[in-house]
Design a protein around this ligand. Structure first.
Ligand code: SF4
Length: 443
């Protein structure tokens, strides 16, 4: 019988994409992948450090895995393993700890790990790491959307962030490999590719190409899929990139641009590389060129020094931006970051109250985005079918979640749809038929 391995991933899309590659390496070595909690010889946990309470989270997953497979060897990797290897190694049942740079070699050592009887730590200093390990993954088990990792690490010094410590300096996939990577995902049957990275806008190929060159290349390639850009820093989202997306039939009009705060003072304290004025210019360009675009924004609330007045300044700035939705993060102190020792700590109750206010604001804007899109024709890629309502759910190119009335047996590729009315947090849509090949962006 083949050996079995179970995986669990915490954190960002990049982690999911990397777990998927590790899993493929295990399969290539004859392992069978089973769900966490099933009987297995090995359990691999890919951790995150952004997760609040990474330690408790990691212990919980180890326990859950061992419940169904008490003799399994547990391997913990990822950002938390990189930053706190000894703590991780002390968790009952953990047999190996692999750092960020060692992650991609776990499958090579799988049989050896099974023979280790004391926990072993494999980590290295990432400050000089220049290697890039690419990966691509599907979301859940669907074949709709794939995340393609083009960039890793970050050279910025935002005062709240541990990612540069956990993932090392910025590096990128070779420019020459991009066309082949896209082609592979098209052949695998995906309909949408999300370009991902830790600081994607800082993409710099060993041969010198920048992110605008990547967008131009993919647009020229005209793959028969639609392409989304994941989170991109405002200081790196140039007019050139916005214009390329606006003129493209491949890239969709959806941007996710972290702001973190709309207060000049707080942005300085966070050591972000832009001010509200710069952000305003980026947003203005997006909507001038693509009035129907979706804009998502990350905001951190309760950063040290965020007085009521500064929060109101941030709120007013957000009101001036026609964003579509917010991802609101309640600030929490991270070990080894400058902000963890800042004075003027905001009480947790205030942080939570501000978070709730902004989340309500986000819901309001999302509802307005949905209402604005009623009456338009868009492209949707059906993802899951709900037999009870007889609808397929999916996303339009400009990030409207739709419930599409259509039979269960339809072509799973892009459909042209008419958006008819808002139903709670989705928009009802009628299929106007499958679109043969290129998912043209509808204006
Ligand atoms: S840009 Fe700032 S927040 Fe983003 S990964 Fe780099 S240091 Fe962290």
């Amino acid at each position: 019988m083949s050996k079995r391995v179970a995986f669990h991933t915490l954190g960002c899309k990049l982690n999911y994409s990397e777990t998927s590659s590790i899993s493929a390496d295990f399969v290539a070595r004859g392992y069978q992948v089973v769900p966490l909690g099933a009987e297995a010889e090995l359990i691999v946990i890919n951790t995150c450090t952004v997760t609040e309470n990474a330690d408790a989270e990691c212990r919980k997953i180890v326990r859950r895995g061992l419940k169904g497979a008490p003799d399994a060897a547990v391997v913990v990797t990822g950002c938390y393993a990189q930053l706190q290897p000894e703590d991780v190694a002390s968790i009952d049942g953990v047999r190996a700890v692999f750092g960020t740079a060692e992650k991609s070699g776990i499958a090579d050592l799988a049989d050896e790990i099974l023979s280790w009887d004391t926990p072993q730590i494999h980590t290295s200093d990432l400050s000089e790491d220049t290697s890039f390990v690419g990966s691509a993954t599907a979301e859940g088990d669907s074949r709709t959307r794939a995340f393609l990792k083009l960039q890793d690490g970050c050279d910025y010094t935002c005062t709240f962030c541990t990612i540069p410590l956990a993932r090392g300096p910025a590096r990128a996939m070779e420019f020459e490999r991009i066309a082949e990577a896209i082609d592979g995902l098209v052949r695998d049957g995906f309909h949408e590719i999300v370009l991902s990275g830790i600081n994607l806008g800082e993409y710099k190929a060993p041969s010198g190409e920048r992110f605008a060159d990547v967008v131009r290349l993919i647009d020229v390639l005209q793959p028969p899929v639609r392409v989304r850009i994941s989170s991109i820093e405002p200081n790196t989202l140039s007019n050139e990139i916005i214009d390329l997306v606006a003129n493209s039939t491949v890239f969709v009009p959806h941007f996710h641009v972290p702001l973190q705060s709309g207060s000049v003072e707080i942005l300085k304290r966070m050591r972000r590389r832009y001010n509200p004025e710069k952000y305003q210019q980026v947003a203005q360009r997006i909507f001038e060129r693509m009035p129907h675009a979706a804009l998502g924004i990350d905001v951190i609330v309760g950063f040290p020094g965020e007085t009521d007045d500064l929060f109101e300044e941030s709120w007013r700035f957000l009101e001036s931006i026609p964003f579509t939705y917010l991802h609101v993060f309640t600030y929490s102190e991270r070990e080894n970051t400058p902000a963890a020792s800042y004075a003027d700590v905001v009480p947790m109750s205030v942080r939570k109250a501000r978070t709730a206010r902004l989340r309500a604001f986000s819901e309001q804007r999302r509802a307005e985005h949905h209402a604005r899109n009623v009456g338009s024709t868009r492209i949707v890629i059906p993802e899951t079918f709900d037999a009870q309502s007889g609808t397929w759910s999916g996303w339009t190119e400009n990030y409207v979640r739709v419930a599409m009335h259509a039979p269960e047996l339809i072509v799973r590729g892009p459909h042209r749809v008419a958006l008819t009315e808002v139903h709670a947090d989705v928009v009802a849509a009628t299929s106007l038929g499958h679109v043969a090949r290129t998912p043209q962006v509808q204006v």
